[in-house]
Design a binder for this molecule. Structure first.
Ligand code: FES
Length: 131
């Protein structure tokens, strides 16, 4: 059967499986002005660092000790956020990450929620600091 890239039950999209293996923007930033770490109900932790400049995300990185889908979701969250105004990046939701990944299996969709929540918390952390 031809692979259309669309999510099919029991299958993982090409976009997602590529990022299971090779997540983009993986690793902490040495210079950052926003940071957050959240452990989800599954017990896995995602951590984000961002460098914002003139209201935009100029650099972003993440790590996770979790599953393949958490690597894919964290990666896609950073890819969607990079270069965006902070106000826009703060609106990236679980559904946006899932759509960009071409879906995730139902049992892994919460991994995208953990990624979007951690991204939002990182942007909030930036806003909390006196700069
Ligand atoms: S199962 Fe915990 S983040 Fe995926």
């Amino acid at each position: 059967m031809e692979n259309t890239g669309l999510p099919v039950q029991g299958q993982t999209s090409r976009q997602a499986s590529e990022r299971f293996e090779k997540p983009r923007n993986y690793g902490p930033l040495s210079q950052f002005n926003g940071h957050a770490r959240i452990t989800g109900p599954c017990g896995d932790t995602i951590e984000f660092w961002l460098k914002a400049s003139e209201g935009r995300i100029a650099g972003i990185g993440f790590t996770t000790d979790g599953c393949g889908p958490s690597r894919a979701a964290g990666s896609m969250a950073t890819e969607l956020a990079m270069g965006k105004p902070l106000t826009e990046a703060a609106q990236i939701e679980q559904a946006d990450i899932l759509t960009a990944l071409g879906g995730l299996p139902e049992e892994s969709q919460h991994c995208a929620l953990l990624a979007s929540n951690t991204l939002k918390a990182t942007i909030t952390d930036f806003g909390r600091k006196d700069r």
